[in-house]
Every structure is written in C-alpha cells, then in structure tokens.
Write a protein that binds this ligand. Structure first.
Ligand code: F6R
Length: 233
C-alpha cells in the first residue's frame, strides 16, 4: 500500500488531483467514482481543471434503492451536481436504484463493469470500514448486490436528508470483488471519525469484519490520509 500523509482536506484533494491528472495522461479510460463528503473537494478541483473526460467512461460505486436519478438525494444527482455538469464523460454509469427488477439491474451492472475494466477506482471509507456500501460481513468475493444498510450508516448519511427516517435502508452496490478488479485504487480518508477504520484497514488483520482491509491484498493501492485520519496509526 502506498500511504500518502497530508496535513488536511485541502492537501488531500490536491494530491488526489495530481493522481487523476497522471492517470488520464497515462491513458486511463474508465474511472470508478464515489459519492459522500470525502470526494467533494477533489470533484471541485476536477471540475475546474484542464482534464478532459469527454472520451472517458465513469462507473459509480453505488445508489440508494428506491431513488431515481432526478431525486436530489440520489447518488446520480450528487454526481451531476458535483462533477458531471462541469465535466461530462462519454458515458457515466450509476446503478439503477429505481429498477423494477433488481436481479436484472445487478446483472446489467456487472456486465458494464466487465465490459469497461476500471483503471482507477476512487473510494471513501465508512467509520465501520465499509467501502462502497459493502458493510462489515460482506463476502470478499461479492459482485454487484443489494445491501441492507446498517443503522450506523443510515445515521451517518442522515445529514444529507431532512430527517433520518427519509434515508433509504437499502442500496445497490458494486461488490468487494468488483472494487478489487480495478487496476488502481485510490482511497481518501479525512477527519478524526475515520481514524479507527484507517488503522484497521492498514494495520489490522484482513477480515470481512473490516471490508477495506482487503485492500492490503491489492497490488496498486494508494491511500491519502490527513493528520486527523492518521491519528490512530
Ligand atoms: C459512497 C461510498 C461510501 C462512502 C463512505 C464514506 O459512494 O462509496 O462508501 O465513501 O460512506 O462517506 P463520507 O465520505 O461521506 O464520509
């Protein structure tokens, strides 16, 4: 694992921007993207950068079940708001949270990932070590699947909703094997609340109880951590 320690959120976004510039210059064609608070500073930088994504494909990690892309709380909407409206891709895939047939949506997403191998996968990390919406206990060999969100994840995500009871309790997420199939992985962790998960990911045993710990087995992972997130290392 290549660990890059930075001072704060601003520096984490600057470092991540360099990694994106480098990846695209070196021919990356498919970018795996994440939502949540962590990547927003990076997306702001990408939005005003010189990078041209118009010939690239993006594939997002996850989407809430029951929300369509027009819904302001959906991850499709989030991506449009923070990145796609400024930097359109040739095609941007986000799992279909509104499909009538979940099995078909899952198969379709696995096919998309197989047809567009991810060159650089961006990850945030949950306080419990989740990646994508792969909560503790998710099998390491999982591909796209429907997830029941844990109470702690629902509570953590409630800040984006009017009230906690509005947070969907299920999501469709790329699996851990799908994430691990990316050629390169970039995980960004900032803030004190991530310190324990970061320590368990980097120094702990590789266990399904800490989904991100599987990253120890990937051959090309970079983790950018600020001082607060590094405080338990
Ligand atoms: C969202 C996702 C999640 C988040 C994680 C951290 O697409 O993949 O795993 O990265 O929940 O969220 P924030 O960045 O809001 O702390």
């Amino acid at each position: 694992m290549n660990i890059i320690r930075v001072k704060d959120v601003e520096q984490s976004a600057e470092k991540a921007l360099e990694i994106y510039q480098n990846a695209v210059q070196h021919g990356a064609k498919v970018l795996g993207l994440a939502t949540g608070s962590t990547p927003i500073p990076l997306y702001q930088k990408l939005a005003t950068s010189q990078i041209d994504f118009s010939e690239l494909v993006s594939i997002n990690l996850d989407e809430y079940l029951g929300l369509d892309g027009e819904d302001e709380q959906s991850y499709r909407y989030f991506m449009t708001k923070h990145l796609f409206q400024y930097k359109p891709f040739k095609h941007s895939y986000v799992p279909d949270g509104k499909s009538e047939d979940h099995e078909a949506a899952i198969k379709a997403y696995d096919r998309i990932i197989a047809e567009h191998p991810i060159d650089l996968q961006l990850l945030g990390i949950g306080r419990n070590g989740h990646i994508g919406f792969n909560e503790p206990g998710t099998p390491f060999d999982s591909t796209t699947h429907i997830v029941n969100l844990t109470q702690s994840t629902v509570a953590a995500n409630a800040r984006f909703f009017e009230k906690e009871s509005d947070v969907p309790t299920q999501a469709i997420s790329m699996g851990i094997a799908s994430v691990m199939s990316a050629k390169k992985i970039l995980l960004i962790a900032t803030g004190e609340s991530k310190a324990e998960a970061v320590a368990a990911t980097i120094n702990g045993p590789i266990t399904e109880d800490v989904p991100a710990s599987i990253l120890q087995k990937h051959s090309d992972v970079t983790i950018i951590i600020d001082e607060a997130a590094a405080s338990k290392l």
